[in-house]
Design a protein around this ligand. Structure first.
Ligand code: GAR
Length: 194
């Protein structure tokens, strides 16, 4: 039985790369048929696409600006995803808000990583907002995607300290290193339960 992962990216794709590596390194993942089947992006310039292509993974770009509405883009995106028979759809720095119809279509098999300790700091600029609020700790959250943005059952979290003198950039780098630990772990664990 195959358990295909389809990953959606908009940028660097470092979380996607961490998941690709984990799925290949863990023998048991292969034995369970777990593999990254495709990487899709809404931006041709997404740096992560090059890595995926080097790894021999199918890639596709759907430019959201080429569609007349959010609904039309999401419908095309859903078709592109379904072509890869996904057991799990993984949002990895995919910077588009998805329509309720899209979320409903993939209910129970759609996950996201968010760079904060949810339910704190949904939305954008999470690191600067954590610094501005005087937080002593920050982190990241893997969660199931539901119709409401950055809300949904939490699957895993990691905590990092906010250090004196931190900028949004230094804090983001510390959080991102933990994202690369928890996202592959959460994705593979989620798939094993299916
Ligand atoms: C990650 O920090 C991820 O948590 C964040 O974008 C970055 C993508 O990095 N996602 C969001 O902010 C979603 N709202 P990557 O492309 O190197 O994986």
């Amino acid at each position: 039985m195959s358990k295909n992962i389809v990953i959606l990216i908009s940028g660097g794709g470092s979380n996607m790369a961490a998941i690709v590596r984990a799925a290949r390194q863990q023998d048991w993942a292969g034995r369970h048929g777990i593999r990254v089947a495709a990487v899709l992006s809404n931006r041709e310039a997404a740096a992560g696409l090059a890595f995926a292509r080097e790894q021999g993974i199918a890639t596709e770009v759907l430019d959201h600006k080429a569609y007349p509405s959010r609904e039309a883009f999401d419908a095309a995106l859903a078709q592109a995803i379904i072509a890869h028979d996904p057991a799990l759809v993984v949002l990895a720095g995919f910077m588009r808000i998805l329509t309720p119809a899209f979320v409903e279509r993939f209910a129970g098999r759609l996950v996201n990583i968010h760079p904060s300790l949810l339910p704190a700091f949904t939305g954008l600029d999470t690191h600067q907002r954590a610094i501005d609020a005087g937080c002593r700790f920050a982190g990241c959250t893997v969660h199931e995607v539901t119709a409401e943005l950055d809300v949904g059952p939490i699957l895993d979290q990691a905590v990092v300290p906010v250090l004196p003198g931190d900028t949004a950039q230094t804090l983001a780098a510390r959080v991102l290193a933990q994202e690369h630990v928890i996202y592959p772990r959460a994705v593979l664990a989620h798939l094993l339960q299916k």
